[in-house]
Design a binder for this molecule. Structure first.
Ligand code: AHG
Ligand code: MN
Ligand code: MN
Length: 335
């Protein structure tokens, strides 16, 4: 069977044996994410037609206005994972605290927890620009049959079992890793099936794109300012091209395919930048490393950071290895 004819369902079954501690549980979990992705995709596609765009009227714990699609996507992912009874805990950007799913029940053998950014890039919803969903999966560290605890969610990114994203773009793709490379599946909307369209995704050897919100330039640390100037300098293979969508998923997806660096540095306004370690940076960092890229906070590997809070923020530099390393040199000289 040609790669393009292979469905995500077939791929999951074929590769189940390569998962550590395989019991089919992780396969069922990824299958549920696939289902929720299709439901959310359907709603995202109708965004201009039904009453789903705009603010929901509430703010999340981080003080951000929740959009209706933020709330919808959050509900759908949580519902699907809860109804199918496959995880023991969920944490989400849109929930103040983590959610326990019958984790105290001693008959509940589920060992996985999921962290999720249900709708990434929500400022793009109203203007028909790509948005996404990001997910990160761990094994719980507390014993099965006892309530999940915060420490189950505060594991280092290097402990992730799987991670991925869905990009609701000109086509909808589900891209994920279980630590054996990155594979991308494109949804055929006519029949509701994801097909393996991008096997073994890798960053190209060299990248020529830099992605950063330059509106914040005057608030950036000197190292970032200098690196941006370096990207713009006429020398060798530079200047690089600037591309910024404002949805991490879409910016990362493009950079992984075309080659580039994404930056959300700290600034004089936000000491730790904007992006959240647990459900934005860690999953994207895991994918980046699996695709021969690199992710750092400017000094330390993202996956080595020990989290202290569920909604913790961290500066983020992610993309082609050599580009991230270059940015690190600038940061270390002028932090
Ligand atoms: P979210 O919509 O989940 O809150 O995430 C938005 C994030 C990220 O996706 C994006 O790259 C970044 O915020 C954009 O921030 P700026 O508008 O400050 O550039
Ligand atoms: Mn986000
Ligand atoms: Mn979000």
């Amino acid at each position: 069977m040609s790669q393009k004819n292979k469905t995500l369902g077939e791929y999951i079954i074929e590769n189940q044996a390569s998962f550590k501690y395989t019991s089919g549980e992780l396969s069922r979990l990824i299958n549920s994410i696939r289902l929720a992705a299709k439901v959310v995709n359907h709603e995202v596609n109708k965004a201009g037609l039904v009453d789903i765009i705009g603010a929901a009227g509430d703010t999340n714990i981080q003080g951000e206005n929740q959009q209706k699609l933020d709330v919808y996507a959050n509900d759908k992912f949580i519902q699907t994972l809860t109804n199918r009874n496959i995880v023991c805990g969920i944490a989400s950007e849109e929930e103040d605290d983590f959610i326990s799913i019958n984790s105290q029940d001693e008959n509940n053998q589920n060992k996985y927890i999921v962290l999720i950014d249900p709708l990434d890039g929500s400022s793009n919803i109203d203007v028909n620009v790509s948005v996404g969903t990001i997910f990160s999966i761990y094994r719980r560290i507390t014993p099965i049959g006892t309530p999940v605890k915060l420490k189950d969610f505060l594991q280092k990114g290097s402990e992730q079992v799987a991670a991925g994203y869905i990009v609701y773009g000109t086509s909808t793709m589900l891209v994920y890793t279980t630590g054996h490379g990155v594979n991308g599946f494109t949804l055929n909307p006519a029949i509701g099936t994801f097909y393996l369209s991008h096997p073994d995704m890798k960053f190209p050897k060299k990248g020529y794109i830099y992605s950063v919100n330059e509106g914040n330039y005057s608030h950036f640390p000197q190292g970032v300012k200098n690196y941006i100037k370096y990207c713009q300098m006429e020398e060798g293979d530079r200047p690089y091209t600037s591309r910024y969508i404002g949805s991490l998923v879409s910016d990362f997806h493009r950079n992984m395919i075309k080659g580039g660096i994404y930056m959300y540095p700290k600034s004089s306004k936000n000491a730790n930048g904007k992006l959240r370690l647990l459900y934005e940076c860690n999953p994207i960092a895991f994918l980046a490393e699996q695709a021969n890229g690199k992710a750092s906070d400017g000094f330390t590997r993202i996956l080595d950071i020990t989290p202290t809070e569920l909604h913790q923020r961290v500066p983020f530099f992610c993309g082609n290895k050599n580009m991230v390393e270059k940015a690190e040199v600038f940061m270390q000289k002028n932090p």
